[in-house]
Design a protein around this ligand. Structure first.
Ligand SMILES: Nc1ncnc2c1ncn2[C@@H]1O[C@H](COP(=O)(O)OP(=O)(O)OP(=O)(O)O)[C@@H](O)[C@H]1O
Length: 893
């Protein structure tokens, strides 16, 4: 077969060569057309290895047609470069193509002949034409392949460029994102720092308000900054979007172009396939079929290459899509990040506004609370004022106060309880006031009687005064007479002189010319005047002498009167002392405590003694103290029987202490012309057998010692002694002592004194006339109450106090017993109380014991005990009282 085909080719060659030569020889002769012979030569070269000019020209033409693609393929792979040397294989093809073109031209010119049936086409020529067509198609495929390669190279380049671009873009985006993230994280940190609010102290110090404001300002500023950042990010994102969209569009347009080319290629291939099948059916030649198969194989390979190209295209399309998806993802991430940021910003803004609202609310609440507290303070202040003024407080109890905090509630309940207590107290005090009014009425009656007595005394005194005045008047009359006598004498003389002066004046007017006589008259007149002055001076000195004589007479009479007065005072003191002695130097008074409102279930039939009445009994002893005696007044009795009331009393109704000092100062005032006095005060308490200064703040423990001055008297070293100038001063001192004294509430007495209290008043007097000095002492003792501990319910510390009180009172009883029995040893040192009262309870002193008893039947046992003790005291004989007086020379009385 091969030999047959080779033969066929050869025949063709010779036929065509012959035809061409004929045509050339016949038509053109020696024309210069080289095409035919060149083709022949070229075609022959393929077989015998010679190269004709025509073949080279065709090859050059082909090379020219594909030069553009070759230049592009310079950078292609080695495989592509290897395709280059195959091109010379196209040379016969080019020869065939040119030959075919010429044949077709000829056929076209021969068509009229064929139609007429003169020339019919041979099958060999038809097969050849088909072969040529295939070869043409093949060359076209090759061109397509080259184009596809070009596209592939372009795609590769694009891909590389795109990769670089994408890398750069990614790097820049990542950098930007990192920057943004760092900014956002720093802002978040700043916000979180601002958002960690310091807890608002209920007290909170309000410097914290300024800090919160500043923090809010900072937060708002950072918020604005964040918003600016957000808008920037948005702008950048928009830019990115637009870039991405642009790229996306480019990619789509490229893909569409590729797709179009692929479609074209596909349609081309389909056309070729149809052609092939048509050829198959038309020819049915076995060799051509083989050729067709070869071609179809080539076609298949082309298809494969196409599919590869398509794959590449797809890859190309997927790569940008991947990058775009990545970008989109990044974009989405960014978007979500921005959204998150926006959300967090919104949250922060909300939190900020919430914080602002909260701070406003808390501020408002604080203001409200402050206002309420101020109101409360005002109310409490009012309450306090009313409490001080002893006004009813019921009004406050009924007041409704808005309470918010438990502390205020507690305070309010306390205040209410206190109010209730105070109102109770107030009602009891009102009751007491009524009783006191009754007492006052009675004391008024008593004072009326006293006034009568005083009026009688005053009448006597006025009589004496009248006598004295008469005497003085008599003396003054005499004095006046003497003065008048002197004055009358000088007046007569003066009258005479005046008369003479007038007569002289007359004579002068009558006889003006007689100057000599006038001169003589004048000189005589001058001498008379001189004489008159001498006479007048003598008269005055006479009158003075008479006056001094009258005055000396009068002072003599006064002296007598003064002496009389002194005698009177001495007599009075003597009688007073006699009276006191008659009453006894140790006296016992019994005071029954009236039944108070709280004990009203029992009927009160007691004899009520007022503070004034009690003091009247004591008053002479206070006077004795001024005269230089040792006086002791003490209140004794069961707890709650009224000892403190008797000694100290209340503000409105003071007791013995205050009244005694008042009396003392009024006496001193009366005697100030004859005596000067110094009053000193000290106050101690004996609590649990320990001595404490009630006028000192340090509360040091004191001790009783014998005075080192050699008098043998007792004294308390370190005790504060205050000199008192007036009664107002003593009031303050007494208040201090009362404040410092230890009291506690027991079942028997709400303010039970748990100590013995001593107020020691020393009065040092100096007689202004004689210089003699007296030292009187007044000890005012408020003993602690004896109590039955099972009754008073004393426990713990109260029990210890009660035991100490009872022990010291027993010691007092022992001293009284020893004094009554006139024992040689008096056990003064058995207790601090008796040791301290040694001077006042011993011989030569004046003592008054006020026994306080209760009128209640429930206290009858204690009352009996107290009365028995009082009975024992009554029987004690202290002997005559001794007055401590030092004469001007320092002698003792
Ligand atoms: N004569 C009185 N008139 C009116 N009230 C009195 C009288 N005596 C005592 N009281 C009242 O009785 C209460 C108890 O009196 P007080 O404290 O003086 O007793 P006390 O004997 O000193 O008691 P204690 O020994 O426990 O200290 C007080 O509230 C007082 O005001």
């Amino acid at each position: 077969m091969y030999a047959f085909y080779s033969l066929l080719v050869y025949i063709f060659y010779t036929v065509f060569k012959k035809e061409e030569e004929d045509a050339l020889e016949g038509a053109c002769g020696a024309s210069s057309d080289e095409t035919g012979p060149v083709s022949m030569e070229t075609g022959s070269r393929r077989r015998d290895g010679h190269t004709s000019r025509v073949g080279r020209k065709a090859c050059a033409q082909f090379s020219e047609s594909s030069s553009s693609s070759d230049s592009d393929e310079m950078s292609l792979s080695d495989e592509d470069e290897k395709d280059g040397p195959d091109i010379p294989a196209c040379t016969p093809l080019a020869a065939f193509l040119s030959f075919k073109q010429e044949a077709e031209k000829k056929r076209a010119s021969q068509v009229p002949l064929e139609t007429t049936g003169k020339l019919s086409e041979s099958p060999l020529v038809a097969v050849m034409s088909h072969l040529l067509t295939f070869l043409e198609q093949y060359s076209h495929f090759q061109q397509l392949q080259q184009q596809a390669d070009q596209y592939r190279v372009q795609l590769k380049r694009h891909r590389v460029q795109h990769r670089h671009q994408m890398k750069a873009l990614r790097a820049s985006y990542r950098q930007r994102l990192r920057d943004k993230n760092s900014i956002i994280s720093s802002l978040e940190e700043a916000i979180s720092q601002q958002q960690t609010p310091s807890p608002l102290s209920e007290g909170e110090s309000p410097s914290s308000e300024a800090g919160t404001q500043a923090g809010l300002h900072r937060l708002v500023e950072s918020l604005y900054g964040l918003q600016g950042e957000r808008s920037k990010l948005r702008g950048e994102l928009r830019l990115l979007h637009s870039q991405l969209e642009q790229k996306e569009k480019d990619r789509h347009s490229r893909i569409q172009a590729f797709q179009q080319q692929i479609d074209e290629l596909k349609s081309c291939i389909e056309e070729r396939e149809e052609e092939l099948s048509r050829l198959r059916t038309a020819t049915g030649a076995t060799d051509s079929e083989k050729r067709v198969l070869c071609l179809s194989a080539e076609n298949e390979s082309l298809k494969q290459s196409l599919s590869v190209t398509q794959g590449l295209l797809q890859q190309l399309s997927t790569i940008p899509s991947q990058s775009s998806t990545m970008l989109i993802k990044e974009n989405e991430n960014l978007r979500s990040r921005v959204q998150q940021l926006e959300m967090s910003l919104q949250q922060r803004a909300e939190q900020l506004s919430q914080m602002e609202r909260q701070s406003e609310q808390s501020e408002w609440r604080r203001g409200e609370e402050l206002r309420k507290r101020e109101d409360r303070v005002r109310e409490l202040q009012l309450e306090l004022d009313r409490e001080r003024g002893k006004e009813p407080l019921v009004k406050y109890v009924t007041q409704t106060v808005e309470v918010e905090s438990p502390a205020t509630l507690k305070h309010l309940t306390k205040a209410r309880q206190r109010n209730e207590l105070l109102s109770e107290k107030l009602s009891s005090q009102n009751e007491r006031c009524k009783q006191l009014e009754e007492h006052i009425r009675k004391s008024d009656e008593y004072s009326c009687n006293l006034q009568h007595k005083i009026a009688a005394y005053e009448r006597e005194i006025s009589k004496l005064r009248e006598e004295l005045l008469k005497e003085i008047g008599h003396l003054e009359e005499r004095k006046e007479e003497a003065v008048k006598a002197a004055a009358n004498c000088s007046a007569e003389h003066f009258q005479n002189l005046q008369d003479q002066f007038f007569s002289l004046q007359k004579r002068l007017t009558a006889l003006p010319p007689t100057l000599r006589s006038m001169k003589t008259d004048y000189t005589s007149l001058r001498s008379q005047v001189r004489n008159f002055s001498d006479f007048y001076g003598a008269a005055i000195s006479d009158a003075k002498k008479q006056i001094s004589a009258a005055i000396s007479e009068m002072s003599e009479a006064n002296k007598d009167l003064l002496e009389k007065y002194r005698k009177e005072v001495a007599l009075r003191r003597k009688y007073h002392e006699q009276l006191v002695e008659l009453k006894g130097n140790i006296r016992v008074l019994c005071r029954v405590k009236p039944v108070l409102k709280e004990d009203q279930h029992e009927e009160d039939q007691s004899v009520v003694a007022t503070q004034e009445e009690v003091f009247q009994e004591i008053e002479p002893l206070v006077t004795s103290c001024i005269d230089g005696y040792q006086v002791c007044i003490f209140a004794y009795g069961q707890t709650g029987s009224g000892k403190t009331y008797t000694m100290e009393g209340s503000v409105e109704n003071p007791g013995i202490n205050q009244r005694a000092l008042k009396h003392l100062f009024s006496e001193i005032e009366e005697r100030k012309d004859m005596w000067s006095y110094t009053v000193t005060v000290s106050s101690v308490e004996i609590y649990n057998e320990v001595l404490r200064d009630l006028l000192s703040k340090d509360g040091d423990k004191l001790d009783i010692k014998i005075n080192p001055d050699g008098t043998g008297q007792l004294h308390v070293p370190g005790l504060r002694v205050i000199e008192v100038k007036n009664f107002q001063h003593i009031k303050k001192i007494l208040a201090t002592a009362r404040r410092n004294r230890i009291t506690f509430g027991t079942q028997m007495n709400q303010h039970s004194s748990r100590s013995h209290a001593l107020l020691c008043i020393t009065v040092q007097g100096t007689d202004l006339a004689t210089g003699s000095k007296t030292t009187g002492k007044l000890n005012l003792v408020d003993l602690a109450g004896s109590e039955r501990v099972w009754k008073s319910g004393a426990e713990g510390e109260r029990l210890k106090e009660a035991q100490n009180i009872n022990r010291s009172l027993l010691a007092l009883g022992d001293v009284i017993q020893a004094l009554r029995a006139r024992q040689t040893h008096i056990p003064f040192r058995n207790s601090r109380l008796t040791y301290l009262l040694q001077d006042s309870l011993g011989k030569g002193s004046k003592t008054v014991m006020v026994v306080q008893v209760s009128a209640l039947e429930s206290n009858v046992g204690e009352t009996l005990c107290s009365l028995k003790f009082a009975q024992r005291v009554c029987k004690v004989e202290l002997g005559p009282a001794a007055r401590k007086i030092e004469s001007g020379g320092g002698q003792c009385d």
